[in-house]
Design a binder for this molecule. Structure first.
Ligand code: NAD
Ligand code: TYD
Length: 352
């Protein structure tokens, strides 16, 4: 079996669902259930003996050591993190606790467990750390895309905490020999995405007749990858990645934020036109820019393509259509995640 952390969040839940959709290898899913963790994300696995959910913190050494001893996983896939840049600006403390201290504790528990394994299991064990392209910092419009050799220059508390965790993972390989793999992926989108992030926020606000807030001029560029393609890349790296290596994962989809929002508006105009016949674009508003806002991210995914033969299955056009359709088909999910805590965040962050 494998131990997945953060499997109640956006990417982790998609990963667990896809994993059990294609394999009978069980998953132990350790998640603290912060505001971003949602057990409804894996409601379809209720009663499925292949999925064991444990509520807890990756930083709880005794809990993690107990889980490793009891379930003897062949791999750990670490998704657990505080993941939202804007929240890291309002309050960085949780980011340091989970992304840095939590990853450190998880690495230590993994190292103790792995050191005591018999030789063949020790050889086969993997610790896969899921990270972000944001660790590389920002690009100008003409800079080449991030490669695995690009200097790490994080600019937000979130990306700095993720870069710190990547360094710890690297050091646990070089110093202790722990067989680690690190993936640095671009912005994901797709089903189960919590509506504090741009794409689900815009879909949900548009349908509710609310403003679609664009930070600054909206010409910031992100490289978007459909979440199921990220999951397939992680499965491939886990299967064939070389221990100690990092792999950049991206979708070859560089888009401006304003372009993304207009695409979503056009899809909604087609699939769920407004009652008054006006275009959803009329709801776009420009708001104060994010402090320290990175201008452009772009991923060179050549290494994973060449070495492991991975390629994304979706283009942005096919992936965003599926995503918008998923939100239209799951209004109950969207209503459930917009709890009191969510409304408080929106009121605080977008005030004025
Ligand atoms: P998310 O915020 O949706 O989910 C994070 C999950 O981790 C939640 O279920 C939360 O409850 C859990 N968690 C938080 N702190 C924990 C702790 N201390 N112990 C156990 N569980 C804890 O995030 P996501 O978008 O699914 O991102 C998953 C991972 O992928 C993160 O490591 C993130 O840095 C990375 N990543 C995300 C993106 C993206 O676009 N979303 C892109 C590249 C990499
Ligand atoms: P986000 O989804 O928060 O991801 P990240 O900051 O990790 O890239 O934001 C994606 C882009 O969209 C980013 O450039 C910030 C911008 N953005 C807005 O313009 N308005 C919003 O309300 C949000 C949440 C994000």
């Amino acid at each position: 079996m494998i131990l997945v952390t953060g499997g109640a969040g956006f990417i982790g839940a998609n990963f667990v669902l896809d994993w059990l959709g294609q394999s009978d290898e069980p998953v132990v899913n350790l998640d603290k259930l912060t505001y971003a963790g949602n057990p409804h994300n894996f409601a379809s696995l209720a009663g499925d003996a292949r999925h064991v959910f444990v509520q807890g913190d990756i930083g709880d050494a005794a809990l993690v050591e107990g889980l490793l001893a009891r379930h003897a996983p062949r791999a750990i896939v670490n998704f657990a993190a505080e993941s939202h840049v804007d929240r890291s600006i309002h309050g960085p403390e949780d980011f340091i606790q989970t992304n840095v201290v939590g990853t450190f504790r998880l690495l230590e528990a993994a190292r103790h467990y792995w050191s005591a394994l018999p030789a063949t299991q020790k050889e086969a064990f993997r610790f896969l750390h899921v990270s972000t392209d944001e660790v590389y910092g920002t690009l100008s419009p003409t800079d080449p895309a991030f490669t695995e050799e690009t200097t790490v220059e994080p600019n937000s508390p979130y990306s700095a905490s993720k870069a710190a965790s990547d360094h710890l993972v690297r050091a646990w390989h070089h110093t202790y020999g722990l067989p680690v793999l690190t993936t640095n992926c671009s912005n994901n989108y797709g089903p189960l995405h919590f509506p504090e992030k741009l794409i689900p926020l815009v879909i949900i606000n548009a349908l509710a007749g609310k403003d679609l807030p664009i930070y600054g001029d909206g010409l910031q560029v992100r490289d978007w990858l459909y979440v199921k393609d990220h999951c397939s890349a992680i499965r491939r790296v886990l299967q064939a990645g070389r221990p100690g290596e990092t792999y950049n994962i991206g979708g070859h989809n560089e888009k401006t934020n304003i372009g993304i929002v207009k695409t979503i508006c056009a899809l909604l105009d087609e699939l769920r036109p407004r009652a008054d016949g006006r275009p959803y674009e009329s709801q776009i508003t420009h708001v104060k820019d994010r402090p320290g806002h990175d201008r452009r991210y772009a991923i060179d995914a050549g290494k994973i393509e060449r070495e492991l033969g991975w390629r994304p299955a979706e283009t942005f056009e096919t992936g965003i259509r599926k995503t918008v359709q998923w939100y239209l088909d799951h209004p109950e999910w969207a209503a459930q995640v917009q709890s009191g805590a969510y409304r408080e965040w929106v009121a605080k962050h977008y005030a004025g």
